[in-house]
Design a protein around this ligand. Structure first.
Ligand SMILES: [Fe+2]
Length: 389
C-alpha cells in the first residue's frame, strides 16, 4: 500500500519516549511502540503505539494443521465449480473451504453461518478477501474499516482481526491467501509514488481504517495465528486492539471492484488492462461494467486463447457474463494453461451488436500450476469441458 496514513495520537518523532501519564501498566508511564515492517526492514512499514507491549502473551498452544490435499485422478481440462452453492458453515475463518492452491496462493470460498468466534491473524500470508455478498466491519489494532459488496479487502500479514458482519447469513467471500506481498502494479505509479493519470484507479478509491477504537481491557484474549498450514492459539493477558495511534504505509484497506475504471479500445484489449493487484506468482484482475469495443466490425468477447504459461481462474460476481453460458453468480472457472479456451458457441456473433456489459468478475492468473482440492471437486460441473461443442 503506497499511501501514507495516520490515525489517533502520535509522538512528534519515532522511537522516542511517548508519555502516557494515565498508564497503569507497570507504572512505566509510556505507550509502547510497535513497528510492523515488510521485506525485513526494507519496504513499507507502520508504527503503532499500544497501551501494553504487544509481545506479552501468557500461553502458546499448537491447535492443528490445515494440510491441503490435491486430487490426482483428473485429466487436464477446464473446470467450472458451482461454489455459490456451498452450504453455510463455520465462521468467517473456520468456514473457509479450500478450492485450489500452489506455492504462491490458496483460494478459499467461505459462506459462514456464525459470527467470528476468535480473533485471527495470518502470520505468513497477505489476505485478499473479496466480498461477493455481505457488508460489515473489519476490526483490528488499526481501527475499524467498513466493507461492502464488491470490496477487495486487503489485510497485510500479521494483522490480528475480527470480521463483524451486518448479517452473517448473507456473507459470501472469495479469499486469496497470498504467500508474497499484494501490491499495486508498479507501472501504475509515477516516479513520485503517486498513481498515474491513466491508471485505472486513484488514491481516493482506496479506503484505510477510519475510526480508531482503543480497547483497554485486561482479560485473557485468544488469537488464532495461521502460518502456512499450522494453527497456533496465542493467549494475551489483554485485548490486542489497544492502539492509541499509528501511522505508515501498511494497514488493512478496501478497494471496491465497481470503482475500477476499465479501458475499452476499438477492438478487444487483453487482460493486463484489467490488472488490479500485483502479487508474487500471480495477478488479480477486475472485469468491471464497461462500454464494449467500438470498431464497427469488433467482436466484443475475447478471442480463443492459449494462456500457456498461466492457469486462469474467473470468479463471477455480478451481471451476465457475455462470453460464458451456464455459469452462475458465485461460480468459479479454471482454464488451465496448455489447452485453449474462449467464448462459448453463439456468443461471438451475439456480442457484435452489444454496446455495454454489466458483468463484474474477479480473475486471478497464476504463473505456477494450480492444484485442485477434493473439496473443490464436490462442486465441479463435469459437463463444462464439453460446453464448447
Ligand atoms: Fe481467458
Amino acid at each position: 500500500m503506497p499511501f501514507y496514513t495516520r490515525l489517533g495520537k502520535l509522538p512528534p518523532k519515532r522511537h522516542i519516549r511517548f508519555e502516557n501519564p494515565g498508564a497503569s501498566y507497570r507504572n512505566e508511564g509510556i505507550y509502547y511502540e510497535h513497528v510492523v515492517t515488510t521485506e525485513g526492514f526494507a519496504r513499507a512499514y507502520s508504527i503503532l503505539y499500544h497501551l501494553r507491549p504487544p509481545t506479552c502473551n501468557t500461553r502458546v498452544e499448537r491447535l492443528a494443521d490445515l494440510v491441503l490435499k490435491s486430487i490426482e485422478d483428473q485429466p487436464l481440462r477446464q473446470h467450472h465449480f458451482r461454489s455459490g452453492e456451498l452450504p453455510r458453515s463455520g465462521d468467517p475463518i473456520s468456514g473457509r473451504v479450500p478450492f485450489m492452491f500452489n506455492s504462491d496462493l490458496i483460494a478459499w470460498r467461505c459462506l459462514p453461518s456464525l459470527p467470528q468466534q476468535t480473533l485471527f491473524r495470518n502470520g505468513a500470508a497477505d489476505e485478499v478477501i473479496y466480498i461477493h455478498q455481505g457488508s460489515g466491519e473489519l476490526r483490528s489494532a488499526y481501527g475499524r474499516l467498513r466493507y461492502r459488496r464488491g470490496d477487495y479487502m486487503v489485510i497485510p500479514r500479521t494483522t490480528t482481526y475480527e470480521l463483524v458482519s451486518d448479517d452473517i447469513q448473507v456473507e459470501d467471500h472469495l479469499i486469496l491467501e497470498c504467500t508474497g506481498p499484494v501490491r499495486i502494479p508498479p507501472n501504475y505509479l509515477n516516479a513520485d509514488g503517486q498513481l498515474k493519470l491513466g491508471a485505472p484507479y486513484y488514491e481516493r478509491d482506496f479506503h484505510p481504517p477510519t475510526e480508531l477504537v482503543t480497547i483497554d481491557r485486561e482479560e485473557p484474549t485468544d488469537v488464532v495465528v495461521k502460518d502456512g498450514p499450522r494453527l497456533t492459539r496465542v493467549t494475551f493477558p489483554h485485548h490486542p486492539f489497544d492502539v492509541v495511534g499509528w501511522d505508515g504505509f501498511t494497514y488493512p484497506y478496501t478497494f471496491n471492484a465497481w470503482d475500477f475504471e476499465p479501458l475499452t479500445g476499438t477492438v478487444h484489449l487483453p487482460p493486463p488492462v484489467q490488472q488490479t493487484f500485483d502479487c508474487r506468482g500471480f495477478v488479480i484482475c477486475t472485469f468491471a461494467p464497461r462500454y464494449l469495443d467500438h470498431h464497427p466490425q469488433a467482436i466484443k468477447v475475447p478471442y480463443a486463447h492459449s494462456n500457456v504459461e498461466a492457469d486462469e481462474v474467473l470468479f463471477y460476481s455480478d451481471g451476465q457474463f457475455s462470453s460464458r453460458r451456464g455459469v452462475g453468480l458465485g461460480s468459479m472457472t479454471l482454464h488451465p494453461g496448455g489447452i485453449p479456451h474462449g467464448p462459448h458457441p453463439g456468443t461471438i456473433l451475439r456480442s457484435m451488436s452489444e454496446v455495454r456489459t454489466e458483468e463484474l468478475a474477479v480473475m486471478f492468473d497464476t504463473m505456477n500450476k494450480l492444484h485442485l482440492t477434493p473439496q473443490a471437486m464436490q462442486w465441479d460441473d463435469p459437463e463444462y469441458p464439453l460446453s464448447w461443442k
